[in-house]
Design a protein. Sequence first.
Length: 564
Amino acid sequence: MGQDEPATVRDLKGHLTVILPMVARHGGRIMNTAGDGFIAVFRSVIGAIECALEIQTVMAERNKGVPENRRMLFRIGINLGDVIHDGTDIYGDGVNVAARLEALAAPGGVIISKAVNDQVRDRLDFTLNDLGEHELKNIARPVHVYRLDTPMEAKAVPAPGLSLPLPDKPSIAVLPFSNMSGDPEQEYFVDGMVDDITTSLSRFDQLFVVARNSSFTYKGRAVDVRQVADELGVRYVLEGGIRKAGSHLRINGQLIDATTGGHLWADRFDGTVDDVFEFQDRITETVVGAIEPTIQKAEIERARRKPIDNLDAYDLYLRALPHVYAFRPNENLEALTLLTEAIDLEPDYAPALAYAAWCIEQRLTRNWPSVGDDDEAQAITLARRALAAGSDDAIAIVLAGFVLVMVGRDYTAGLDGVHRAVERNPGSGFINFLAGTALVYGGEPEKALPLLQRAMTLGPLDPAYYMYLMVAAWAELHGGRPDKALELAERSVAIYPDWDSTYWALVPAYVQLDRLPEAQAALAKYESLAPGMTISKLRRLLPFRYPAPLEMTLDGLRAAGLPE
């Protein structure tokens, strides 16, 4: 609630006496109310949309002349889906998606799913903004969403054009979070959390992060994010707020593309004042872990839309990334082509050098067709150039260090590189993953495990999450814990059964646990993924620093029937 909680409660009740009858007029029925929100079901999609637009139009009128700190803005999410009725309540994925859409909406805004849009397209007169697909918390598949123009949002749109030019890399401002708790004691907590998020994001060399002193000039002010983008010269804005009820704390955060008004990410976090500092650390870690890949995805989409004759090295690098992460031979070649073009434009562009080295490393360790006369030498040269050009770029450092371990067998320089990358940016799941992988090959599985566990914490929705599980399984196996290795490897296979490297842990774990039939079945799957693979070929491919983990892996595969 606001600073004057009784007045806020009165205002809310007054608004609801006007809003709730609108629901009935449009064929809706209130199924659940909680705090300052409610869930309603409608007989038709058109009725739901007309009701939502009427609510926001009426609220725009009711807020006229009201001081900023007393205005009440509602977010609305609309979805079409099956629901489960339980007397007075409803459940199901359809309800869950609607709730997540509501969290994506701007204050005073309406977000609808593609399922809704498909039903009403060309049947109603309203303006839609396509926000693309979004990953929604606890929803299995991405949901395509649209934003309806509403009176409250439309009046906040500034004149087009940014007052400050955008930097040449993704730019973000972390605004002071609103203290909606009515408790001045929470100011230190919410300001400290914003400081931590700003500091952690600034460790990502790919991001331009506005300094705290600039973003905090907006503290206590009701501002439109597009105005912030104008004044600070940024593309992305992170905003949020804190509420307190008794000992319970709730934090809401949302990432917005200020050039379009599109909501890219939103989430909420619950905790208590009893563990406030642990809660603060958890929020910071989760928010930073979500924002960096979300911005990268948005930047990739921006580069894809850019005319082909107007691409710079950064655009070419961004266009290469989806091909890199496809982990398929032909996609890998396309990535190398784009990265080579980027390097031709900017020979010292460290991220392009490092990713090109990694692409060649993949071809070597995946046993894919060669791309040159001496792939190993080329990968090592690119990695060393990346280290020289990007001494402060954590992504370039970790990729280059990883390649030096995997291809050059230079464990001293390679492990030094991955350690420096983690020190520079401990908030990146990808950096923790690659560093952990290099440490496993470098013979330090116990040091690798905390990094891999951190990677899994930071990136639970990462498309490559199965790889995080896979390498953690290797580390557990080499640490003498085949039971834990098996659990992780089985989870990895359940997500993506066609990644052959996972079977380097799965098969030996089954063997060590005396489950030979299952080991043989797993080996059969492995051989279908890596036809012609033998013990001798694997011995050449796997760059373990010490003999013991290599022999443990090969012994398990041999026992299950892999030929010499």
